[in-house]
Design a protein around this ligand. Structure first.
Ligand SMILES: Cc1cc2nc3c(=O)[nH]c(=O)nc-3n(C[C@H](O)[C@H](O)[C@H](O)COP(=O)(O)OP(=O)(O)OC[C@H]3O[C@@H](n4cnc5c(N)ncnc54)[C@H](O)[C@@H]3O)c2cc1C
Length: 385
C-alpha cells in the first residue's frame, strides 16, 4: 500500500519531486494549472549547479541527458561598464561543469519524461486536517483528498496559506524582460557583445543583463530600482512605449549596449518579490511546501536549484521510508512515519534555503546599487580566478 500523494505545480521543483517518486515506482498525482505542456513560453535559461540541481537530476536518473543537452560554454560571463568598456571576461575552463546552462523548456521536457500530469487543474485552496486526509479544492471540479499535498506552486502559491500566512513582498527592484531571436544572423554585433554566456552591464541603481539561450535566442533583463507603480503612465502592452521608456531610463549608456533594448521584440514586466529570508512554519500534518512556494528569493541562480534538490530529496526520503517501513501500509503508523519524514525534510530545507535567501538578498542589494563597483565585486567573489 502506498500513500496518496499529490504535488501542486509542474515547475522544476514539482516535476523533480514527481519524477523521483515515479522512478521509485511510487504513484503521485501532479496537478498543474497550465492547460497543456505548451500553453506558455517556458522562459529563459537556468544554470544548474553541480551540488544542487545536478544532484537532483542524478537522483532522477537524468544526469546523462542533462550533460548532453546543457551548455557548459554558457558559464562564460562578461561585465562591461556603462561606456561599453570590458571590465571582466570569464570563460569556463575546458571540462568545467560547475554551472552549465539549460533552456527551461529542455529541462521541463526531461523532467516530464513519461510522467502523467493533470493539466488545467488549478488549485484554489488546500485544507489540511479533515479526518480522511488533506482536501484539495479546484477552480473546476470536485475536491480530492490526499495523505500528503506538496505545494510546489511557486511565488503566489495557493497551498502556502494552509501552513503559513506569509506573502511575498516587493524588493524595490523590478525587471523588464525582452528577447532577441536568431542573434548570430540578425544582430552579429550584439552576438559578439553577449558572447557564449551572459553579459552584465551595471550602472547606478540599474543593470542590463543578457543571457544566451540555445538556438541563437537571447533574453535581456533591464533591472532597476523603482516603486511598484513606476509604469502608472505607461502602457505596458505597447512595446514601443516600453522601449522608449527604457531607452530614456538607460540614456547615456553605450550605444552598443542599448542595441539590446532597441532590437528586443516584446517586453514583459516582472517585479521582484521575495518571502522573508527565514520563512518557516509550524509543521502541519498532510501538507508541505518546496521551491519558490516555500522560499521565494531574488533570481540569482539558486531558486530552481533549491526547488529541484528539495523535490528530489523529499521524494527519495518518502520512497525509502516506505520501502524500509516496519509498519507498512497507510494506517495511523504509516501516516506517522510519512509525517516524520516530511518534518525532517522541512528542517533541512529551512536551514539551507535561509542561507541562500540571505546570500541572494544581499547579492541583489549589491547588484542594483548606487555604486556599480559593488556589482563587479560580487562577481569577483564568486567567479573562479
Ligand atoms: C529571470 C530569472 C532567471 C532565473 N535564473 C535562475 C537560474 O539560473 N538558476 C536557478 O536556480 N534559478 C533561477 N531562477 C529562479 C527560478 O526560476 C525559480 O526559483 C524556480 O522556477 C522555482 O521553481 P518552482 O518549481 O518552485 O516554482 P515555479 O517554477 O514557479 O513553478 C510553479 C508551477 O506551479 C504552477 N501553479 C501555480 N499556481 C498553481 C495553482 N494554483 N494550481 C496548480 N498549479 C499552479 C505554475 O503554473 C508552475 O508550473 C530565475 C528566475 C528568474 C525570474
Amino acid at each position: 500500500m502506498r500513500h496518496r500523494i499529490a504535488v501542486v505545480g509542474g515547475g522544476p521543483g514539482g516535476l523533480t519531486f514527481a519524477h523521483v517518486l515515479h522512478r521509485h515506482g511510487y504513484p503521485v498525482t501532479v496537478l498543474e494549472r497550465d492547460p497543456s505542456r505548451d500553453a506558455r513560453p517556458p522562459g529563459g535559461t537556468l544554470d544548474l549547479q553541480e551540488k544542487m540541481g545536478q544532484v537532483a537530476l542524478d537522483k532522477a536518473g537524468l544526469l546523462p541527458w542533462f550533460q548532453a543537452l546543457s551548455r557548459p560554454e554558457g558559464q562564460a560571463m562578461r561585465i562591461l561598464d556603462t561606456d561599453g568598456a570590458v571590465l571582466r571576461d570569464w570563460r569556463p575552463r575546458p571540462g568545467e561543469r560547475a554551472n552549465p546552462e539549460i533552456d527551461r523548456g529542455q529541462l521541463r521536457e526531461l523532467l516530464l519524461g513519461s510522467l502523467e500530469v493533470q493539466w488545467g487543474r488549478e488549485v484554489t485552496r488546500v485544507e489540511p486536517g479533515g479526518g480522511d486526509g488533506t482536501v484539495v479544492h479546484f477552480a473546476d471540479g470536485p475536491p480530492q483528498r490526499f495523505d500528503l499535498v506538496v505545494g510546489a506552486d511557486g511565488a503566489w502559491s495557493r497551498t502556502r496559506p494552509a501552513v503559513s500566512p506569509a506573502r511575498p513582498h516587493y524588493t524595490g527592484v523590478t525587471t523588464v524582460e525582452t528577447s532577441l531571436d536568431d542573434i548570430d544572423t540578425a544582430h552579429p554585433g550584439l552576438a559578439e557583445l553577449v558572447g557564449e554566456g551572459s553579459l552584465g552591464v551595471y550602472g547606478v541603481n540599474r543593470s542590463l543583463v543578457a543571457q544566451r539561450n540555445s538556438g541563437g535566442h537571447v533574453k535581456v533583463y533591464a533591472r532597476f530600482r523603482a516603486p511598484l507603480d513606476w509604469h502608472a503612465h505607461l502602457d505596458l502592452a505597447d512595446p514601443e512605449a516600453v522601449r522608449s521608456s527604457l531607452l530614456a531610463m538607460f540614456d547615456g549608456w553605450a550605444d552598443s549596449v542599448l542595441g539590446l533594448l532597441r532590437h528586443g521584440t516584446a517586453f514583459a514586466h516582472r517585479p521582484l518579490h521575495v518571502l522573508p529570508v527565514s520563512h518557516t512554519w509550524t509543521h502541519v500534518a498532510g501538507v508541505t511546501l518546496l521551491g519558490d512556494a516555500a522560499h521565494l528569493m531574488p533570481p540569482l541562480g539558486a531558486g530552481a536549484n533549491l526547488a529541484m534538490l528539495e523535490g528530489a530529496e523529499l521524494a527519495e526520503a518518502i520512497a525509502t521510508s516506505t520501502s524500509t517501513s516496519t509498519s507498512s501500509g497507510t494506517g495511523a503508523a504509516g501516516l506517522a512515519e510519512l509525517d516524520a519524514t516530511v518534518r525532517a525534510f522541512e528542517e533541512t530545507m529551512w536551514a539551507r534555503a535561509a542561507k541562500w535567501a540571505q546570500i541572494t538578498s544581499a547579492g541583489l542589494e549589491r547588484l542594483v546599487s548606487p555604486d556599480p563597483a559593488e556589482a563587479v565585486a560580487v562577481f569577483d567573489e564568486v567567479q573562479p580566478s
